[in-house]
Design a protein around this ligand. Structure first.
Ligand code: AN0
Ligand code: CP
Length: 312
């Protein structure tokens, strides 16, 4: 594998999940693989889990890691071809990507959707620009449209906790005070489409995700009905896709409660707004898998880095 840009870069999800669970038992078993190899993490947005878990994954493989908050500390990048750069941007992605390639062996990038211009966001100019102009592999640490390291960690968590061959998994929208990207939900849906599971997406009308991504999935606007007999409930807010980047409802009836959860396990990628997205009783209770999901971010990143290193 060269790049890890989306869930589609996984050739066999069950194999990767098995390998990750195996790595988790003995995280240092490939500590020689990354010797004298450097991973560079470039953040255009904030992070807690992605930053620390990806560094930890690289350290487990014996790699060196460099981290840069590009959004606040790097030069403002230009992406357009042939632009006369006499305005705000200082450096072109062509040079930036080539320069980063001189210093490290793999580059991982976080660049969220701006949520103002759908066409611009879907063009993924940051991550695709690096993939195009860098001479090294590129890893997606959440781009405009996907968060494949999170979805892979979620697949590991589902595998560790399922008690039946074909569990029922519900992705439920929840209210949030700010407009959030679609990336986590998109990659979760793409990952679930590769699982043997009964999968249902539930959200208020107006919060339909990109239909190309949800194609073939059951969408149920009645949250109670969707949650019936659920084994796993994955909660996430996202803004409208059709009325791009807008908040079209903050209906508190969609907040996940202990009562609605029933006997299901609760999942969320974090960070989470308590008592807006989900009530305290769920996060503080024994059905919450959020810490395990966060731990599995190490092994999802480690399996991705391992596969790239093996191919360098
Ligand atoms: C981001 C999002 O929803 O995409 C990152 C989640 C991993 N969340 C926030 O900005 C709160
Ligand atoms: N889940 C996740 O990606 O968290 P961070 O935004 O803190 O990295």
């Amino acid at each position: 594998m060269k790049h890890y840009l989306s869930i589609n870069d996984i050739d066999s999800l069950p194999d990767w999940v098995d390998e990750a669970i195996n790595l988790k038992k003995d995280p240092y078993q490939f500590e020689g693989l990354g010797k004298r190899k450097t991973l560079c993490l470039l953040f255009f947005n904030n992070s807690l889990r992605t930053r620390l878990s990806t560094q930890k994954a690289a350290m487990n493989l014996g790699m060196e890691v460099m981290v840069m908050n590009f959004g606040s500390e790097g030069w403002a990048l230009e992406y357009g071809d042939g632009t006369i750069m006499d305005k705000g941007t200082s450096e072109h992605i062509k040079e930036a990507a080539q320069v980063v390639s001189q210093y490290c062996d793999i580059v991982a990038i976080r660049a969220f959707a701006g949520l103002e211009d759908k066409i611009k966001d879907e063009a993924e100019e940051v991550i695709n620009g690096f993939a195009k102009y860098a001479s090294i592999p590129v890893v997606n640490m959440e781009s405009s449209v996907g968060h494949p390291l999170q979805a892979l960690a979620d697949a590991i968590t589902l595998a560790e906790n399922k008690t039946k061959d074909r569990p029922k998994v519900v992705l439920s929208w929840a209210p949030h005070p700010r407009a959030l990207p679609h990336a986590v939900a998109n990659s979760f849906v793409e990952m679930m489409k590769r699982q043997d599971a009964e999968f249902v997406i539930t959200h208020p009308e107006g919060y339909e995700l990109n239909p190309e991504i949800t194609q073939g999935c059951r969408i149920e606007h009645d949250q109670d009905k969707a949650l019936e007999n659920a084994d796993f409930v994955y909660v996430k807010n996202w803004s409208s896709y059709t009325d791009y980047g807008k908040i079209v409802s903050k209906d508190p009836n969609w907040t996940m409660t202990k009562q609605k959860l029933g006997t299901a396990k609760f999942m969320h990628c974090l960070p989470v707004r308590r008592n807006v997205v989900v009530e305290d009783a769920v996060l503080d209770g024994t059905q919450s898998l959020v810490a395990q999901q966060a731990k599995n971010r190490i092994y999802s990143a480690q399996i991705v880095l391992k596969k790239i290193l093996e191919n360098l």
